[in-house]
Write a protein that binds this ligand. Sequence first.
Ligand SMILES: Nc1ncnc2c1ncn2[C@@H]1O[C@H](COP(=O)(O)OP(=O)(O)OP(=O)(O)O)[C@@H](O)[C@H]1O
Ligand SMILES: [Mg+2]
Length: 411
Amino acid sequence: MDRIESLRRAVAASPADPALRLMLAEELTGAGRRAEALAEYERLLTDDALPPDTLVTVGELAAAEQALPLLRACLERAREAGVVEGIGRLQALADDLVRIRVAADGAAPAAAAVPVAPETLTFADVGGMTEVKKVIHRMIILPLSRPELYARYGRRTGGGVLLYGPPGCGKTLLARGTAGECGLPFVNVRIEDVVDPYLGMSEQNLHTAFETARAQAPCVLFLDELDGLAFARHKHRGSDARRLVDVLLQELDAIGSDNDGVLVLAATNAPWDVDEAMLRPGRFDRVLFVPPPDEPARAEILRVLLREVPTEGVDPAALAARTALFSGADLRSVTEQALDAVIEQALATGTEPPLRMAELAAAAGAVRPSTLDWLTRARAYVDFANQAERYADVAAHLATREVRRRLRTGA
Ligand SMILES: Nc1ncnc2c1ncn2[C@@H]1O[C@H](COP(=O)(O)OP(=O)(O)OP(=O)(O)O)[C@@H](O)[C@H]1O
Ligand SMILES: [Mg+2]
């Protein structure tokens, strides 16, 4: 313990001395203080001061702590340095970690291939949005629960569903709720779990994610930020990105043809950036607009946001009525700004006043709904990019009085 403490002091005195830091890191590892050791190793790696012969050991330590980015960085650096011994083992550890991540959606279970429990969040937890829920029900849930009905009429089922819309408006929530409505596990693949700067790794990670989903079937596989994974090839000529798109296409086609019980949902804020090939039949052939939360949804979001706050006379429904086009995140800033005002009053008066409508209304007036920028961009695609048919739902939304008025005033 003493030795660690004096090494710490020495490192603090000469932070640029890699030999000292390495000694500290090794000492911490020896004492079983792995997280602290990793912090020092990470710093050394960033400074490019980690000796190549330690990279595999540090990578293994990172794996033990489920520190995937550090593990990958060690792997990459070891490859660059021409390290051979132990590389295969590190790669396997990285694969396992992705598998665990994907299977458990970020939780940290003890072993790989852990079965994911059926999703418990349902549409009852998603406020308002009746129209979108109805469409999802017809598009996804009904074909899944009554396959014989669709077969009798020779109606094709399957293929993925792409949810798109402005950020913070419930796409992820709806995807999770869809899995819950079907009583299926929700396997969430986030872009940061897949994309890896090292050549070929992203493709392998993506394949691993699909393998995990197949092992969990029947389940819902959710690809968040699809535009990041499937960026349009014509806009992005880099061969790396193209390879990732190709792998994604292969995996989607395999899911479609094997009919192996994996329902694929995806979400994006930028559907116009998604490679056209993704939208062909059997892939994401159903594209669904998730608009900004409607009034009942906003009231529900506000109720959740204010659950733990001392209030007096606050009426979420009334506030919802005056926050058209606000996203979930916008509503969060409204409540935060209102609370800042109350805290200021508390400091000035030495009392603890409750949150009232006055502060909330003032904050609502000061926050500009962030969906306006998105809707403005979307309007350009609807109007000028010859995409009117694909974005018919957006067009309808843009034509509502509320949106027209706000887009005109830009406020
Ligand atoms: N209809 C709703 N009912 C209850 N909460 C909601 C609703 N819509 C959004 N929220 C809340 O707003 C936040 C943002 O929702 P969510 O993460 O699903 O948005 P998103 O569309 O996936 O956003 P992004 O594009 O940024 O990923 C969440 O905290 C969610 O709980
Ligand atoms: Mg999301």
